[in-house]
Design a protein around this ligand. Structure first.
Ligand code: GUN
Length: 279
């Protein structure tokens, strides 16, 4: 019987725990505060930002919203980040990506103080993760670890294959699984015999950006399959990188899309915001 890993339920649990923690902080007069910056009017980004602000409100985190024109210059954005870095009130800074083409993403990420880097994208945060030091961890891969742990799935000693090598998901994901003592293999678009490698996985984590690419043929019987992809198909329905119906027949546990990894990203962002208070 395949187990459905319910990201909606697990993220709701985490948000409840955080709400209680924030109530305690507020009782001490501490109000966590997240600054959210959106440049331009990308509709998907606007939805993400709205959901992040809603989650803040629910948990009791104050959110400051900066909605800037697409024509905002790089130096104007950097100046705002510097003001927020210096602000005693602001604990976390989030710049929604992608940015308009005339703004260099890397420069913006590096401008955020590592003490307020709740996205975990700053090179200092990435470095801390790699050498096992305390620091902010990218929200989506941190959410996958919570999904596995809270579903009672053992990680230590397991063969884990991560499909995709992005800075936001694949790379930090593989480091986190290594930290949990899995044996980790990363595969990507240039991997030869992809299927042979993915079939070795006890835990298969897919973040490759290709709708329904991973079918049952890529999966070992009894594997745990985590789908980080999100796409709209021809019928305007959401789907992941994994062909859910096909893979569910072989997997021992699987995340759905929607309702799997997606809701975890915001829950982990909220956790980073609460932890930012102590930095
Ligand atoms: N755009 C897509 N995902 C993310 C994310 O996790 N953080 C930010 N800042 N922008 C994004």
């Amino acid at each position: 019987m395949t187990k459905l890993i319910d990201g909606k339920k697990i993220s709701a649990q985490i948000k409840e725990e955080l709400k209680t923690e924030v109530a305690g902080l507020r009782a001490e007069g501490i109000i966590p505060c997240l600054a959210v910056i959106l440049v331009g009017s990308d509709p998907a980004s606007a939805v993400y930002v709205r959901n992040k602000k809603r989650a803040c409100e629910y948990i009791g985190i104050e959110s400051l919203s900066y909605e800037l024109e697409a024509s905002t210059t790089e130096s104007e954005l950097l100046a705002l980040i510097e003001t927020l870095n210096q602000s005693a009130k602001v604990n976390g800074i989030l710049v929604q990506l992608p940015l308009p083409e005339h703004i260099e993403e890397d420069k913006v990420i590096q401008a955020i103080s590592p003490k307020k880097d709740v996205d975990g994208f700053h090179p200092v945060s990435v470095g801390n993760l790699c050498i096992g030091r305390e620091g902010f961890v990218s929200c989506t891969p941190a959410g996958v670890i919570q999904l596995l742990k809270r579903s009672g799935i053992e990680i230590e000693g397991k063969e884990c294959v991560v499909v995709g090598r992005s800075n936001i998901v694949g790379k930090p994901m593989s480091i986190l699984m290594l930290r949990e003592n899995a044996t980790v293999t990363m595969v990507h678009s240039k991997t030869v015999n992809l299927k042979e490698v993915t079939k070795r996985a006890d835990i298969l984590i897919v973040s490759m950006g290709k709708p329904k690419f991973i079918t049952g043929e890529y999966v070992k019987d009894g594997a745990v399959v985590i789908d980080v992809g999100i796409h709209r198909n021809e019928d305007n329905k959401l789907c992941g990188d994994v062909d859910f119906d096909d893979v569910a027949e072989k997997a021992s546990a699987i995340t759905p899309v929607p309702g799997g990894v997606g809701p975890m990203t915001i829950a982990m962002l909220m956790e980073n915001c609460v932890n930012a208070v102590r930095k």
